[in-house]
Design a protein around this ligand. Structure first.
Ligand SMILES: Nc1ncnc2c1ncn2[C@@H]1O[C@H](COP(=O)(O)OP(=O)(O)OP(=O)(O)O)[C@@H](O)[C@H]1O
Ligand SMILES: [Mg+2]
Length: 474
């Protein structure tokens, strides 16, 4: 048999049998268990798609059974049956994650409709998570973590650029700590020149004249200390990459020489008379607004336009939805290994604090915060006391705090994963409409409290706010 499967858990044999017959005639494969214990035994072998369970059972009751089923597999919809006139347990059951409840005496038609709906909803859930996983798998650009739309767009561009053997220069912009260095190294490591050199130059480090000799090399006797000739970093990067970090700090005099090297693909050593051809891919990074500086004349416009033929703009962490959690989890794993700790997860309060914070220092700041937290951690769960986030107070002063605003999470259900309330909408309703109505429902349930509504829907508050704006709710 390959029809959808239903498990009926009820000690009223006659009723259970008539439900079974009715469902079998409607194309379901049905099985009956007389008590919770035998129902649990059947879970593994029978793998029901939908379960109907009486709230009153001999031994373990329906509510406890529901909890045990959810531990086994939270995606199986469970419908609780209650005696007519009492919705005893029904509300509690739905709170605990039951798909719905059904009043006794049972109307078989109604029961079948419920079974159909539960089945359709769980299929849809599976489909959604399939697409999510598929999308997620496709995305990572080597070691870069992130699934938000903002970072995906950059990674996709980066992937295309990396695949090419040669491109015009690439300018990487973004606030401090957003991953400019990381993406530059990844462009090198995941492309055809991966086995060739990657030379990183911090343009802030040296004054212009020394920088020129560093970049282009010098001939013997070119200046007082030049006892021997030396090749420059451009030549050293031959067939590979040169990464000019903090390009905005290059002095104006040197900017002209850089422009020539990039345009003509030639370098001349300091004190030399011969131009040398170079085959080097050029990456540059800055956290300054070079476009504006170019307009203002503090950075050469021609060099800016030359460098910015391909522009990769890394989004700040606060514009990356839930990526902060993905990254935090990854840092927890890494630092747990590094420090021999056994941190398995973060408490809801920690997750909430991470989402609420604005991350001026972006991913680097997050990594430092998580490193400290793991260091201070005890046991398997990271707690909010272990976080210390730099906060601005009202006077704009920076202070370090560990007391974070922690909303009361005790009332929210733990299975928020993707628990879809209620039923599928009428045919013809599109997903966006459906999403909208679910958000409205969650908000109503939470009396307008966005934190609780977001928890209920299993998304971050930022994501919820974004959706509210998108749908123009409130
Ligand atoms: N998407 C990401 N996934 C994983 N780690 C990341 C990601 N982005 C950044 N990091 C990590 O965050 C830290 C800061 O990144 P990086 O040094 O590349 O930032 P940056 O933009 O170059 O900063 P700055 O402007 O201060 O030089 C690094 O440890 C980097 O590995
Ligand atoms: Mg950097």
């Amino acid at each position: 048999m390959s029809g959808p499967t239903v498990l009926i858990v009820d000690d009223e044999r006659t009723l259970a049998r008539s439900i079974k017959t009715f469902l079998t005639e409607s194309g379901y494969e049905a099985e009956v268990a007389g008590d919770a214990e035998s129902a649990l035994e059947l879970l593994e072998s029978f793998r029901p798609d939908v379960i109907f369970a009486d709230v009153r059972l001999p031994g373990m009751g329906g509510i406890e059974l529901l909890e045990r089923i959810r531990e086994f597999d939270a995606s199986i919809p469970v419908i609780i049956m209650t005696a007519y006139g009492s919705i005893e347990g029904a509300v509690e059951a739905v709170k605990l994650g039951a798909f719905d409840y059904l009043k006794k005496p049972v109307d078989l038609e109604e029961l079948k409709l419920l079974a159909d709906r539960a089945r359709e909803t769980s299929l849809l859930k599976q489909e959604l998570s399939y697409y999510r996983n598929r999308e997620a798998k496709k995305l990572p650009f080597a070691g870069m973590i992130g699934e938000s739309t903002a970072i995906r767009a950059v990674m996709e561009q980066a992937r295309q650029i990396a695949a090419l053997d040669d491109t015009p220069p690439v300018l990487i912009t973004g606030e401090t700590g957003t991953g400019k260095g990381l993406i530059a190294r990844t462009l090198h490591a995941s492309g055809p020149r991966a086995s060739k050199p990657f030379i990183e130059v911090n343009c802030t480090a040296l004054p212009g004249s020394l920088m020129e000799a560093e970049l282009f090399g010098h001939e013997r006797g070119a200046f007082t200390d030049a006892k021997q000739s030396k090749i420059g970093l451009f030549e050293a990067a031959e067939h590979g990459f040169i990464f000019l970090d903090e390009i905005g700090d290059v002095e104006l005099a040197l900017q002209g020489k850089l422009l020539r090297a990039i345009e003509e693909r030639m370098v001349r050593r300091v004190g030399g008379i011969r131009d040398r051809k170079i085959d080097v891919r050029i990456l540059a990074a800055t956290n300054r607004d070079l476009e504006r500086e170019a307009q203002a004349g503090t950075f050469r416009r021609d060099l800016y336009f030359r460098l910015a033929v391909i522009l990769l703009r890394l989004p700040p962490l606060r514009e990356r939805d839930d990526d902060v959690l993905l990254l935090a989890e990854d840092f927890v794993r890494r630092f747990s290994t590094k420090y021999g700790k056994d941190v398995k997860r973060m408490s809801p309060a920690v997750r909430d604090a991470l989402l609420a914070y604005s991350w001026p220092g972006n991913v680097r700041e997050l990594s430092h915060v998580m490193e400290r937290a793991v260091l201070w951690s005890e046991g398997g769960v990271l707690e909010a006391e272990q976080l210390s986030l730099t906060k601005m107070d009202d006077a704009g002063q920076v202070r370090v705090t560990s007391e974070m605003p922690i909303p009361d999470m005790s009332a929210t259900d733990a299975n928020t994963g993707l628990s879809l309330p209620g039923a599928l909408p009428p045919r013809g309703t599109d997903l966006a409409q459906w999403e909208r109505s679910m958000i409205e429902q969650a908000l109503r349930e939470a009396n307008g409290n966005q934190t609780q509504a977001a928890q209920r829907l299993g998304v971050s508050r930022d994501t919820l706010r974004y959706r509210l704006k998108k749908f123009g709710i409130q």
